[in-house]
Design a protein. Structure first.
Length: 213
């Protein structure tokens, strides 16, 4: 498998659940704890996102890869000792899995040579699958990945947008799970336990996808 790296380009704006909603859930009316509760919302959101491999609010990321995905076709090898490069038996895959969910769109796919010169791969050559989870970028029929010379590391950049949208677009069960985690943090201040409560886990389970790529 080719090496991959993720880098955020445009962070989300706002909170996954509002301070007022969290305070209503906690039955807190004063303002003395506002800063602390806001921090709890941010921490709880991060924990939930990592557990689900999802990003809740709209945001833009880059996926960096050393090479296009492929697998070794050992069926093409015969019995006995073979000569030649193992790379000659590498069969490129026509599909790239986008590791964060839910995928909204792909902004571009660029390749870079040793001098850092960028070449943009035409979007007319691939299809963006935002229905499957995880989302995919797939070559169209009778097309191939760019044949440009790639630098040894991070020669491929895919910029993409993920997230449900605004806070109001996040599924209710996920927002409820964040509230549950915020309540745990608030009620057990000073405790270092950041595990997700069982009630929240039950709410999140339908949104956790078993990865196949």
């Amino acid at each position: 498998m080719t090496h991959q790296g993720l880098k955020i380009v445009t962070p989300p704006s706002g909170l996954a659940i509002s301070l007022s909603d969290a305070k209503n859930y906690l039955r807190v009316s004063g303002t003395a704890d506002d800063t602390m509760i806001t921090g709890f919302i941010t921490s709880a959101t991060d924990i939930v996102e990592r557990y689900l491999d999802r990003k809740l609010l709209t945001q833009t990321w880059q996926l960096w890869m050393d090479s296009f995905p492929g697998k070794y076709n050992f069926d093409s090898l015969h019995d006995g000792v073979q000569t030649g490069k193992l790379s000659e038996y590498l069969v490129q895959s026509g599909e790239i899995c986008i590791p964060l969910m839910p995928l909204v769109s792909v902004t571009h796919l660029k390749t870079y040579d040793d001098d850092g010169t960028a070449n943009t791969f035409s979007s007319s050559s691939y299809i963006v699958d935002t229905i499957s989870e995880p989302g995919r970028l797939s070559l169209k029929n009778d097309t191939t990945w760019p044949s440009t010379y790639l630098r040894p590391v991070n020669g491929i950049e895919i910029q993409f947008v993920v997230g449900y949208g605004a806070a109001s677009d996040i599924p209710t069960a996920i927002s409820q799970a964040i509230n549950e985690l915020v309540a745990k943090f608030y009620e057990s201040r000073g405790c270092s336990d950041s595990s997700i409560p069982k009630t929240a886990l039950a709410l999140l389970q339908p949104f956790r996808i078993q990865r196949v790529c």
